[in-house]
Ligand binder design. Structure first.
Ligand SMILES: Nc1ncnc2c1ncn2[C@@H]1O[C@H](COP(=O)(O)OP(=O)(O)OP(=O)(O)O)[C@@H](O)[C@H]1O
Ligand SMILES: [Mg+2]
Length: 271
């Protein structure tokens, strides 16, 4: 894990999350995210990525889940099991996997819901900022949310998140269901936003290739445990990660998940 306590904006240590008092979805996960970093949390279906983001953002209650062990510190303060509104007020904003936009509101109305005058910015200033990053949204501002393409929905979702002036942005599967070119464009935009706005990003992805293009550091989660971490070069050079997550193995000989026993033997377990 990334050490150096002082520089960690988010520090998760030995986190355990249990659904319905019986089902453990996350076991002993430790993650560090430093200020202004983009950190990727990579893993396949059901690995525990969304659960981890729910735990950070406080949205566990709706699914009858709880943090039962470990801690989540934001700027040194423990926030596990606090309600979502308290966590949002600290500057942590979740871009969820689904249900991100209001289908019956137009693009502009979706943005209006989130415009806050608190930060001293006028509504116009906020819109200018959004339309500078996402000029495509300006052209469709009167379109209903329900009619947007997948890429447009993601742009609108990122916009509404930005309008909350996040310090830590939690992004759940930015790439889901999108064409590779759009994914690349959105990832690049996320990096530009980080560079210009100083936002810190924890990016959950199955699409490791896309995430590692912009990440400063990455963790791989499997069955609720972190099994590998490192900078993008280290992650890319790991043979098994190349084959599972980056799809770089020879198709004929590519191993199935179950076949990679060597990965299972050699991976390091934390917690
Ligand atoms: N509401 C819930 N009630 C009970 N178990 C749940 C609930 N939500 C998720 N789980 C379980 O927790 C585990 C982790 O799920 P999670 O949604 O965090 O995975 P994920 O890594 O986000 O997967 P995906 O890539 O498919 O989104 C899975 O075994 C899942 O079945
Ligand atoms: Mg998920």
């Amino acid at each position: 894990m990334q050490a150096d306590e002082d520089k960690r904006l988010l520090h998760i240590e030995k986190l355990e999350v249990v659904y319905h008092n019986v089902s453990t979805a996350v076991q002993g996960v430790s993650i560090g995210v430093r200020e202004r970093q983009i950190v990727a949390l990579l893993g396949t279906n059901g690995a525990g990525k969304t659960t981890t983001l729910r735990a950070i953002s406080g949205f566990l209650g709706v699914d009858d889940a709880k943090v039962t062990e470990g801690f989540i510190r934001f700027r040194g303060e423990e926030i596990q099991n606090k309600p979502p509104h308290q966590i949002t007020m600290k500057g942590i904003v979740l871009v969820p996997e689904q249900d991100k936009v209001f289908d019956n509101l137009t693009v502009e109305e979706n943005l209006q819901v989130c415009v806050s005058l608190k930060g001293g910015k006028t509504r116009k200033g906020a819109y200018d900022l959004i339309f500078r990053y996402f000029p495509a949204l300006a052209h469709i501002k009167n379109r209903l949310g329900g009619y947007l393409s997948g890429g447009e929905r993601q742009m609108l979702t990122l916009s509404t998140a930005l309008l909350r002036y996040p310090q830590l942005l939690l992004v759940d599967e930015l790439s889901l269901g999108l064409a590779p070119l759009i994914v690349e464009e959105l990832m690049n935009l996320l990096m530009v936003i980080r560079n210009e706005q100083g936002v810190t990003v924890l990016l959950v992805e199955q699409n490791a290739l896309a995430a590692l293009e912009i990440a400063d550091y990455g963790y791989v989660i499997e069955n609720g445990r972190i099994v590998f971490d490192g900078d993008p070069a280290r992650l890319r050079s790991h043979q098994d990660i190349q084959e599972f997550y980056l799809g770089q193995g020879d198709r004929e000989t590519r191993k199935s998940y179950r076949d990679v026993k060597q990965y299972r033997r050699t991976r390091r377990w934390y917690g």
